[in-house]
Ligand binder design. Structure first.
Ligand SMILES: [Zn+2]
Ligand SMILES: [Zn+2]
Length: 640
């Protein structure tokens, strides 16, 4: 008999050799129907795998990330078969999954055009409709190399494979592909798919090799999920921050400074509103703020380790016969401030924040509006503390981070813990202690996280914060990095209780990451429809004709006294044209005023995104607006 432990801890006895599929049927017909693969003893395998001895089994469905990936990869095989059936001379190269879909690189002299997509999809639908089983076949590396001799792409894939067992999967009329698997049990289990695009790609990214064609597709469990995804893509295009940034006059780029953003007056209003909020929250959490120079002597960067580990991304300059670097990070400057006087354990934890302007060289090809720039303001901070204060400090940073994200309407967070990379400084012991402290803090807050092995900073392990925007796109924003190395390199010390000098622990952290990038994310998240507290122009007064301009002036005066950012459209345009203009400027509130409003001391409020207008007293409007600003409310509707 085989002993199976399920994810809920329950145990089952089954006959040796029972397949995972049969096990799923035993658990329940619903699960068997949804199952696409299984995790057996930590390895993802096909449903046809048989179970023996002591095993832990988790049935995987397309609702799981792994299941979705398996379905998408199976869809890539189906697309490969469809392409080969249309163009039999196609040579298949490599077909992995990517976020939201998959691609397949093919070597084909004839160009695949978007007008061919429908034909390929039609073939794919036929293959899926035939619902043939995915069948795995195994052989040794030598056998596989012999079988595919002459196919330079597949023999290359085989030579890169780990272990000596090479597997092939077939699912159709003689169609077979080299593949590690696993796959869905049969082609009919593939959900709704669409071919998205085709682009040129070099084999192994090597421009001396032949240009291949990379065909991208997407695949979702249901038609509705596919449609939702396509809608989100369309919506993301409409919300492109580069387009909205221009339309709303928030920022620009100029060839005089590639990768360096010019923030315009309206963009700076958003910027300053974020800074003001950021300062208030940091004050509440016991931070002090400093500012350190942008240009610092080369020696300093040797000492910090940046010279050896980060030089390719740095800008340099020289004067007075000495070399200098433009700071890519704020930490060394922070260390110099720390060193400017003596410290006692009584001052710890010492939380020091800096809105630091940093420069990092990015290749010109990777820049993308505000998302990837060469100069940005980092909302940085360094916490100096004793080892036994680490966990409490990390917990504090997590709380502050969540508070800030929530204020912008982000509720969907994900956390990743990155461990020791190949290129690093500091001993293994230091790395272990640091990593454990981060794990303990996450456990304390009962936060689920994913581990990214080998992805830490060169000076310590880190926690990364990811948020999801309203289009379900994931963005990495904040980071917490523990550092036992830099304080030593800089000779930082404090006097401990026993009067001896000790080295403090340094925690680097950022919440928003880059201000520029964060503003780009906000523009797309809100689609330019900023909440009241962030709107560059919060209210516009629209007199219905010249006769009401005087009353409009009175209203504007009251709004200005109440510190609302407002304007008055006293142009000769018709009222409908004024409304249309304010609408395209994405004004949260328009106050339409005419003789009736003037006589009663009221305003007729048009609220962005809401059909129904409201007529209220000016004072009542001011009260509601002030409340929405102080609550950072995203919803503009008036409560009744
Ligand atoms: Zn495959
Ligand atoms: Zn730092």
């Amino acid at each position: 008999m085989a002993q199976v432990t399920l994810p809920d801890g329950s145990r089952l006895e089954i006959a040796d050799g029972t397949t995972v599929k049969q096990l799923a049927q035993q658990i329940g017909p619903g699960l068997a129907k949804a199952a696409v693969a299984a995790n057996v003893n930590g390895q993802v395998v096909d449903l046809s795998t048989s179970l023996n001895g002591e095993t832990t089994v988790q049935i995987i469905t397309p609702k799981d990330d792994e299941g979705l990936e398996i379905m998408r990869h199976s869809c890539a095989h189906v697309m490969a078969e469809a392409i080969c059936s249309i163009w039999p001379e196609t040579k298949l190269v490599y077909g992995p999954t990517v976020e939201d879909g998959f691609y397949y690189d093919v070597d084909l002299d004839e160009t695949i055009r978007p007008t061919d997509f429908e034909h390929i999809e039609q073939k794919m639908r036929e293959i899926v409709g035939a619902d043939r089983a995915f069948v795995r076949k195994e052989m040794t590396k030598a056998e596989a190399l012999a079988k595919l001799a002459g196919d330079k792409y597949k023999t290359d894939n085989i030579s890169h494979a780990e272990g000596d067992v090479i597997s092939f999967y077939s699912h159709g009329d003689g169609f077979e592909d080299l593949c590690r698997g696993p796959h869905v049990p049969s082609a009919g289990r593939i959900g709704s798919f669409k071919i998205m695009s085709v682009a040129g790609a070099y084999w192994h990214g090597d421009p001396t090799q032949k240009m291949l064609q990379r065909v991208y597709g997407t695949c979702w469990p249901t038609k509705k999920e596919l449609d939702d995804y396509l809608y989100r893509l369309e919506e993301a295009k409409k919300r492109d921050h580069r387009v909205l940034g221009k339309q709303l006059d928030l920022f620009s780029f100029n060839e005089a400074g590639p990768g360096f953003a010019f923030m315009h007056a309206k963009g700076m209003i958003i910027w300053n509103a974020i800074v003001e909020f950021w300062r208030r929250v940091h004050d509440k959490y016991g931070y002090r703020e400093i500012q350190t120079p942008i240009i610092l002597n080369e020696e300093l960067w040797h000492k910090s380790g940046h010279w050896d580990n980060y030089k390719e991304n740095m800008y340099f300059t020289s004067f007075d016969d000495a070399g200098y670097a433009i700071k890519p990070m704020n930490c060394p400057g922070g260390c110099l401030v720390y060193k400017s006087r003596q410290h006692s354990y009584r001052e710890f934890p010492m939380r020091v924040a800096e809105l630091g302007l940093v420069h990092r060289h990015e290749a010109s090809g990777v820049m993308h509006g505000l998302f990837r720039v060469r100069q940005f303001t980092q909302d940085d901070a360094h916490i100096f503390c004793t080892p036994d204060q680490i966990e409490r400090e990390i917990v504090g940073v997590i709380e502050l981070t969540f508070e800030i994200y929530r204020a912008f309407g982000f509720e969907d967070f994900r956390i990743e813990l990155s461990t020791k990379p190949e290129k690093h400084i500091g001993s293994d012991e230091i790395w272990e202690t640091a990593t454990r402290s981060l794990e303990d803090a996450l456990a304390h807050k009962q936060i689920d996280y994913k581990i990214n092995a080998g992805d830490g900073a060169f000076y310590g392990p880190k926690i990364d914060f990811h948020i999801r925007d309203c289009l379900k796109r994931s963005w990495q924003l904040g980071t917490i990095q523990l550092d036992f190395s830099m304080p030593e390199r800089f000779g930082l010390v404090y006097t401990d209780k026993d009067n001896t000098e000790k080295t403090p622990v340094m925690i680097h952290r950022a919440v928003l990451g880059s201000f520029e990038r964060f503003i780009g994310i906000l523009i797309e998240h809100y689609g330019g429809n900023f909440p009241l507290w962030l709107s560059p122009e919060q209210v516009r007064i629209l007199p219905i004709s010249e006769k009401s301009n005087d009353y409009a002036g009175v209203v504007e005066g009251k709004l200005k006294d109440a510190h609302l950012r407002c304007g008055c459209d006293c142009s000769d345009e018709k009222i409908n044209a004024k409304i249309a203009k304010a609408h395209s400027d994405k004004l949260p509130f328009m106050l339409v005023v005419g003789p009736k409003e003037a006589a009663s001391g009221t305003v007729n409020v048009r609220i962005r995104g809401i059909k129904e207008n409201k007529t209220v007293n000016i004072d009542e409007f001011l009260r509601i607006a002030a409340q929405k600003i102080s609550d950072k409310e995203i919803n503009l509707a008036f409560g009744d």
